[in-house]
Design a protein around this ligand. Structure first.
Ligand SMILES: NC(=O)C1=CN([C@@H]2O[C@H](COP(=O)(O)OP(=O)(O)OC[C@H]3O[C@@H](n4cnc5c(N)ncnc54)[C@H](OP(=O)(O)O)[C@@H]3O)[C@@H](O)[C@H]2O)C=CC1
Ligand SMILES: Cc1cn([C@H]2C[C@H](O)[C@@H](COP(=O)(O)OP(=O)(O)O[C@H]3O[C@@H](C)C(=O)[C@@H](O)[C@H]3O)O2)c(=O)[nH]c1=O
Length: 297
């Protein structure tokens, strides 16, 4: 399969590129340096010339070191998350190329009113329409609205990614590095399993649709801390904020979307997502500290 990857230079894009190469698929990367990705015509020409079988979009604006930074660069964030998906849709549809878009579970907060995790048909409850969200989450929800009528398109929802490679973007690293932790319940995505599931959508002919690609189940921060301690990866003394208000006052500029998601639709479609506790345990067993990860590159 020949895959054109938009956003290959990012945290998520790098994992896509690595797995595409490891599968022996053909990879063409498309970035802002190659063409004006905001021009459907320029993007169409670039894609037509490359002639891929499928396109994957993992470009987007996340904010560094975290989503707080999006509050300071709203126009770029809106462009990357709200406008770009629509331009890619236009280019792909004009060439009749199937494609997938990396969205985020952060368009939800909490649990459904019935206590269950959010499913794909639930309306995002952490969005500009609810007027309760971070700028980042609002733009990601808009991105999904833009793609509501997209053809031959997967929307893959990633949520607080983690892997065994220690890095500032890895949730298991963040838990070890933050001075104080917010106690919250979340569904999480193992990044390698997320990317494998996205690529499997094409190879297994999974129906085009929205998929929550989180590892089944959810974890409280304190439960993640216990797994880290039990693994021997860190012997740090972990400290917690007193409350969400304390977190907002001392560490955050904008609210976070801690939420529980239901990934049973993805599992039923044959995508492999290991239950969350088991997945974190396996990940910590194979932990590669950042210094060793840098040597291996
Ligand atoms: N990391 C996370 O925690 C999560 C990420 N996601 C989503 O996954 C996607 C990738 O995230 P991640 O890899 O972490 O992000 P990174 O910031 O690591 O990478 C972002 C990528 O998008 C490109 N990009 C950044 N801003 C823009 C813009 N305004 N217009 C066009 N291209 C842009 C960058 O390209 P360039 O080299 O040109 O700068 C880069 O390739 C995003 O859509 C994000 O919302 C979803 C859930 C969780
Ligand atoms: C800043 C901070 C966050 N947290 C918690 C809040 C939250 O539950 C969790 C993650 O918050 P962060 O601020 O690290 O990350 P944030 O930027 O909110 O993370 C998000 O990135 C974007 C791109 C996404 O799409 C999301 O799915 C998610 O991965 O860590 C702490 O415990 N202590 C802290 O000091």
């Amino acid at each position: 399969m020949h895959i054109a990857l938009i956003g290959a230079s990012g945290y998520v894009g790098a994992e896509f590129a690595a797995q595409i190469n490891a599968r022996g698929d053909r990879l063409t990367t498309v970035g802002r340096a190659d063409c004006d990705v905001y021009s459907a015509e320029a993007l169409r020409k670039t894609l037509r010339d490359a002639s891929p079988d499928v396109v994957v979009n993992c470009a987007g604006y996340t904010g560094k070191p975290n989503v707080d930074a999006c509050e300071l660069d709203k126009a770029n964030c809106l462009a990357g998350n709200g406008v770009l998906p629509g331009v890619i849709q236009q280019a792909c549809e004009s060439l009749n190329i199937p494609w997938g878009h990396v969205s985020s579970g952060c368009i939800f907060t909490g649990r459904r009113p019935d206590g269950k995790g959010f499913v794909e048909t639930d309306t995002p409850n952490f969005s500009f329409r609810q007027n309760n969200c971070s700028w980042y989450s609002g733009t990601k929800a808009l991105g999904e609205e833009v793609l509501a009528d997209a053809q031959q398109c997967y929307i893959w929802r990633l949520r607080i990614p983690f892997s065994n490679i220690d890095s500032p973007r890895n949730y298991l690293s963040k838990v070890q590095r933050y001075e104080n932790l917010l106690e919250a319940e979340n569904s999480l995505s193992n990044l390698p399993e997320f990317v494998a599931a996205c690529l499997d959508c094409f190879s297994k002919n999974v129906p085009y649709d929205i998929y929550n690609l989180t590892n089944p189940g959810s974890m409280k921060t304190s439960e993640v801390v216990e797994l880290i301690k039990a693994s021997g990866v860190s012997d740090k003394q972990f400290h917690f904020f007193d409350s969400e208000d304390d977190f907002m006052q001392r560490a955050a500029k904008t609210p976070r979307s801690n939420c529980v998601m239901d990934s049973s639709k993805a599992i039923a479609a044959g995508l492999k997502l290991t239950p969350i506790e088991e997945c974190i345990q396996q990940t910590l067993k194979n932990w590669v500290p950042e210094k060793e990860a840098a040597v291996g590159q």
